[in-house]
Unconditional design. Structure first.
Length: 114
């Protein structure tokens, strides 16, 4: 299983970024996918998730600002982030749940300056 995340970067507060995570080695269309983040000194936390039926779930801190989506043809999950805040600064990881196992991508850094 390979999960390749990209799209992070440095952005000013109020700006937007779109993260992408391309998956390989799994039947992507049936895999629940998620985005997590980990800020320095903090535990990794769920940001958003999407099921195979496209049911979505968001952390309260990002509701109304972030949107998770998936493209089963491209085997890619996206995280559109808008109205970014300095507290969104973290390394963002995508994950996939397959047959009872959890797989992680390598992470992409998002830095929001005030």
């Amino acid at each position: 299983v390979q999960l390749q995340a990209c799209g992070g970067g440095l952005v000013q507060a109020g700006g937007s970024l779109r993260l992408s995570c391309a998956a390989g080695g799994i039947i992507f269309s049936i895999a629940p996918m998620g985005w997590y983040r980990q800020a320095p000194g903090k535990q990794r936390e769920l940001v958003a998730s999407i099921t195979s039926a496209r049911t979505t779930n968001y952390a309260d801190s990002v509701k109304g600002r972030f949107t998770i989506s998936r493209d089963n043809v491209k085997a890619t999950v996206y995280l559109q982030m808008s109205s970014l805040k300095p507290e969104d600064t973290a390394v963002y990881y995508c994950n996939a749940r397959v047959a009872g196992s959890v797989y992680w991508g390598q992470g992409t850094q998002v830095t929001v300056s005030s």
